[in-house]
Design a protein around this ligand. Structure first.
Ligand code: B4P
Length: 201
């Protein structure tokens, strides 16, 4: 299995790059943001509860997102590996993920952290806000709060993976193609060449 954490502040390009990476490495994409927005669109109890946090740019409570990931892991028992996008966002989530993967004997291989300067993050999110209809991308105060929440609550997760020797910093400035090439380069160093991770190349 190949299990990757795709990490970075809001607007760093996690969702964008995950789309390309799952195709190349044949992994299952688990984005907690996408799952939460799906719940919201379905007007489920979970979605309506999560909306209160997402609209303000705050994190949804740990137990909610950990439970969601557990369900998705069980639903994809035969997967060759996973890209965790936007998860874990706190140390408690990182510990819970390690425990869930321990049961499968398939730990996280690496955390790929996209580094992007703040003005570029704001530009990207405001740009998406004009076309996506996402409320959390349309208000500069909410965007600022998401970046502050990232710095305060999420950035410490880097140290969690750094201690395990799994942290890789990746320059997230440039074109989508340039950043994709940097990510593949980092993955292939650990994964033993390009390919899906099963040895087929
Ligand atoms: P997410 O859905 O994870 O949203 P995000 O981090 O803001 O953005 P994403 O990563 O998808 O966007 P990308 O950078 O690819 O979270 C939303 C909310 O859900 C959170 O605020 C929180 O409330 C909640 N939540 C989610 N997970 C949670 C968890 N684990 N715990 C608690 N709460 C959780 O792209 C942004 C834009 O940049 C796009 O328009 C894209 O086209 C553009 N872009 C990307 N790369 C580019 C490049 N190289 N150049 C130019 N533009 C680029």
């Amino acid at each position: 299995m190949l299990n990757l954490v795709l990490f970075g502040p809001p607007g760093a390009g996690k969702g964008t790059q995950a789309t390309n990476l799952i195709e190349k490495y044949k992994l299952v994409h688990l984005s907690t943001g996408d799952i939460l927005r799906g719940e919201l669109a379905a007007k489920s109890t979970l979605g309506l509860e999560a909306k209160k946090y997402m609209d303000k740019g705050e994190l949804v409570p740990d137990e909610v997102v950990i439970g969601m990931i557990e369900v998705k892991l069980d639903q994809n028992a035969g997967a060759k590996g996973f890209i965790f996008d936007g998860f874990p966002r706190t140390n408690a989530q990182a510990q819970a993920l390690d425990k869930l993967l321990e049961k499968k004997n398939a730990p996280i291989d690496m955390m790929l952290a996209l580094e992007v300067e703040k003005p570029e993050l704001v530009n990207r999110l405001m740009g998406r806000g004009k076309v996506s209809g996402r409320a959390d991308d349309q208000d500069i105060n909410v965007i600022e709060n998401r970046i502050n929440v990232y710095n305060r609550e999420t950035a410490p997760v880097i140290e969690y993976y750094n201690k395990q020797g799994k942290f890789r910093s990746v320059d997230g400035m440039g074109t989508i193609e340039e950043i994709f090439a940097r990510l593949c380069n980092a993955i292939d160093k650990v994964n033993g060449g390009s390919g899906c991770g099963c040895g087929c190349k």
